[in-house]
Every structure is written in C-alpha cells, then in structure tokens.
Design a protein around this ligand. Structure first.
Ligand code: 5AD
Length: 369
C-alpha cells in the first residue's frame, strides 16, 4: 500500500482519493478496498441481499444509443411487446416465489399506447398482489427511459415507487460520443431531478470501461451520485456488441473492465455508504462468478431475470447475457446458494428499499416496508 493511499473509512473523499482507489492494481490493494467496502456495507445496510424479479417487458425502443443491442436501427432484433396480462402474470409469478419486489424494464417509447399499457400493468399488479405478507403489494421498480414529469407522476400514482435511469457517463463529451445528437446528459439529469420530485426512490448508474473513459471520469461519476443524493446504483462493465457502432471501437481488455467494475462498486460503497447497489447482469456476462463477486465488493441487490423464455433472447443489449436457457425455478434456488456462498442472506417478501432513502424520508414521516 502506498503512503498516498487514502483513509478508507473517511466521510468526505476527494476526487484525488477516489482516483487513487480506482487505480489500485495489486491484489493486496484491491483486497484492502474490497474488505473495507464489505465492512461499510455490513455496518450501514446489514447482511441481507434484496432480490427483484426482472421483467423485460418490450425491446422496442425509440433510441439509437451507439452501444446498445436493442437500438432502434438494429434490424437483426426480433421485436416484442408483452401484453398487460403477460406482465401481470410475470409479477404474480414473482410473488408466488417469495420475491417482494420486481423491476419492469423496457425500451424507451413515448406513445400514449405504451404509456397507458405500462400504467395499466402497474395498477393491476398493485391490486392483485396485496396480502398479509405484502400489505403494500409487490414493490415495483420501473425503468422505461426518459419521460415527461407528468408521465413519471402517472407511473408513480399507479404504483411504481422506484425508478432506474442510468446516465451512462457524467462526462458530457463522452456522453455525446456514445449517443446520437438529440440525446443529452442535461436531459438525463433533468429527468433524475423530476423523478426525485415526484417521490421516487431514484437509481442511476454508468457503464465502466467505455472507449476513451478515464479514471477521472469514473471518479466524477461517483461524486455525481453523491451530489445528486442518489438512492440506488446499477452499473456494470461495458460489453462491446458487434451489432452496434461502439462495439467496433477499441476498449480496455476484458479483465481490466471487470476489475474496474468491481472496484467501482467497492469505491461507490465506501463513498456513498447506505445506498442500494446492484450486482448487475453485465458482471455475470463477463464472468460466471461475476454476480457473487459484485456482492463481495459491496453490492446488496440482485435482479434475476424473470422475462418469459419465449422472448428472453430478444432482449440482448450485449453478447453473453447469462441465464438464457436457465429454468426459472432452478435459478431461484441457485440464487439463494450463490448469496449464501458469500456469507450473506437472501430475504423473501420484502421491498428492500435503500437505507439511504429511508433516512432521507424520516422527516417526512413516510413509511416503506
Ligand atoms: N454493455 C454494457 N451495458 C450496456 N447497456 C446497454 N448496452 C450495453 C453494453 N453494450 C446498459 C446501459 C443501459 C442498461 C439498460 O444497459 O447502461 O442503461
């Protein structure tokens, strides 16, 4: 450990401290950061890992992001759109199998038909999932991209209480490089602000190892999460997809991206302390043990794929997506095993809100389960 290495238990990390931690390369240094992150996690959030069944409701998307496999102009994708009943059935499946929360994710669309359908699915899920075990019904996280404040409000009133919208990177030049003109970082940040105003528990995140991305960029991403008072973080390694423009550009080697993604989780945990951090599918796509590694480095949420088998392979954001053929029930058992294997506990029938969100709502007298 070098003399300039920062104190890992401090409250106010500088950009310099964060860059030093993200730049760790020796196994010893990485282990020191990992175990400190684990300690901070256990102290602030406890031993529980929250699970959410992830439903990818549609791969139709109006956007043409340069990295994403389901971008509008990828003609190799067979598009699908789950019906309201299908989304509700998937939600009921989650409840029957002990999941207290689900995530509904879909490509971004603004049509009234799409918005109405998501709203209707949310309402029906809430109506049909209240029980003694889940008095407020199934917890629902939504991720359908940039929408107007009015639409965010409608979804909130229909029953979604958490929302995920990644900024992808907080470097405006890099953001511009990986998105077509018309998409801006400013709009993303405006959306995060309006989600927060509506009352959501707000999640964001970035991709790690993008072509041209620096440690300084990643350190600024973490400082942004803190400044923005974010509740939930979902981030993972960039995985080049050959069917996209960015998939053909040079990016760091796979080991470098994987290590950096894990360090990002650990350092985000050290800096933000009480937020929920997901161990994402992209980690698992690069390494069969990536999900467990994410937990060991400070993540406390797992979102196993529950999209019906018939359409699952059409939601390919990047190659190597895990679980394409796995049986859903088997994966629930496997999930509990993998959580236990890193000394943590899986919880059933719980929303699993971020401690950070509960704290910031204490004064408002709001209740969450
Ligand atoms: N590699 C890694 N993550 C990706 N995403 C999309 N494409 C890729 C890729 N090629 C992530 C983005 C997006 C989320 C739904 O998936 O961060 O916000």
């Amino acid at each position: 450990m070098t003399e300039t290495f920062p104190d890992l238990m401090q409250k106010d990390f500088s950009q310099e401290d964060i860059i030093a931690m993200l730049g760790a390369t020796s196994d010893d240094e990485i282990e020191v950061i990992r175990s400190a992150a684990e300690k901070v996690l256990l102290e602030n959030c406890g031993n529980e890992v929250y699970t959410r069944g992830l439903i990818e409701a549609s791969n139709i998307c109006r956007c043409n992001c340069y990295y994403c496999g389901i971008r509008k102009s990828n003609k190799n994708v067979e598009r699908y759109d789950m019906k309201v009943e299908e989304i509700v059935d998937a939600a009921l499946w989650c409840v029957d199998h002990g999941y207290g929360s689900m995530v509904i994710q879909a490509g971004e669309r603004h049509s009234a038909r799409f918005i109405d359908r998501i709203e209707e699915a949310l309402k029906q899920i809430k109506q049909q999932t209240r029980s003694e075990e889940l008095p407020q019904g199934l917890g629902i996280t939504l991720g359908v991209g940039e929408q107007t404040p009015e639409v965010y409000r409608r979804f909130f009133e229909a029953g979604a209480h958490r929302y995920l919208l990644r900024v992808e990177t907080t470097n405006p030049d890099l953001f511009e490089k990986i998105h077509p003109s018309g998409q801006t970082l400013e709009t993303r940040i405006d959306c995060l602000n309006s989600l927060r105003e509506v009352g959501y528990q707000v999640g964001t995140g970035v991709m790690i190892g993008l072509p041209g991305q620096t440690l300084e960029d990643l350190a600024n991403d973490i400082l942004f999460f803190k400044r923005q008072d974010i509740d939930m973080i979902g981030m993972g390694p960039f995985i080049p997809n050959e069917e996209t423009p960015l998939g053909r550009e040079l990016c760091p080697d796979v080991c470098v991206r994987m290590n950096l993604a894990l360090l990002m989780i650990a350092v985000t945990r050290l800096v933000l302390k009480d937020v929920n951090i997901a161990s994402t599918t992209a980690l698992e796509a690069l390494d069969p043990e990536g999900r467990e590694a994410g937990l060991r480095f400070g993540a406390n949420v797992i979102m196993p794929l529950m999209t019906p088998q018939s359409v699952r392979r059409n939601y390919l954001l990047y190659p190597g997506k895990p679980c394409l053929d796995e049986d859903l029930l088997a994966s629930r058992t496997a999930l509990e095993k993998s959580i236990n294997s890193v000394g943590r506990e899986m919880v059933a029938n719980k929303w699993g809100d971020a401690v950070h969100f509960k704290k910031r709502n204490l004064n408002k007298g709001e209740t969450t389960s």
